[in-house]
Design a protein around this ligand. Structure first.
Ligand code: ZN
Ligand code: ZN
Length: 137
């Protein structure tokens, strides 16, 4: 088994990457921090993400990953983070189900508007070019 030797993105040290993407030391530190975060949330079940970041020094992406992994539920805390659009509590992704549904509809609406505009333009052009003959083939 041989890992790719590269510089750790965290501390810059050379290390053999076996898939962790960070060196052993940083991995250990990350695990340590993870348990600090999980313990903090267990002791402060009503805390907000901003508070966790301030208290533990953990990065938001790590906290969100822990939420997705269900690490807080394991210690009996149902942790959520706010939807980027409306602030509703969510467990996964960036926006809540309602907002993603709304966005999906908006995108679909825009797409059909473009299609309609294109069809109208084609129809207008077609009238001058007798495109009916071509279609008949
Ligand atoms: Zn490192
Ligand atoms: Zn939302």
């Amino acid at each position: 088994m041989s890992g790719k030797v590269k510089n750790c993105p965290r501390c810059g040290k050379l290390f053999a990457d076996y898939g962790a993407h960070i060196c052993r030391d940083c991995e250990d530190k990350e695990r340590e921090l993870e348990s600090v975060v999980v313990n903090y949330v267990r002791d402060h079940p009503k805390c907000k993400i901003a508070e966790i970041i301030e208290e533990t020094g953990a990065h938001e992406t790590m906290i969100k990953r822990l939420i997705r992994e269900g690490r807080f539920e394991q210690v009996g805390v149902k942790m959520t983070y706010p939807c980027e659009k409306c602030g509703a509590p969510i467990l996964t992704g960036k926006i809540c189900a309602q907002c993603s549904e709304k966005m999906r509809k908006e995108v679909q609406g825009q797409a059909s508007q473009i299609v309609a505009a294109r069809q109208a333009a084609n129809a207008a052009r077609g009238q001058g070019m007798h495109s009916k003959d071509i279609k008949g083939r």
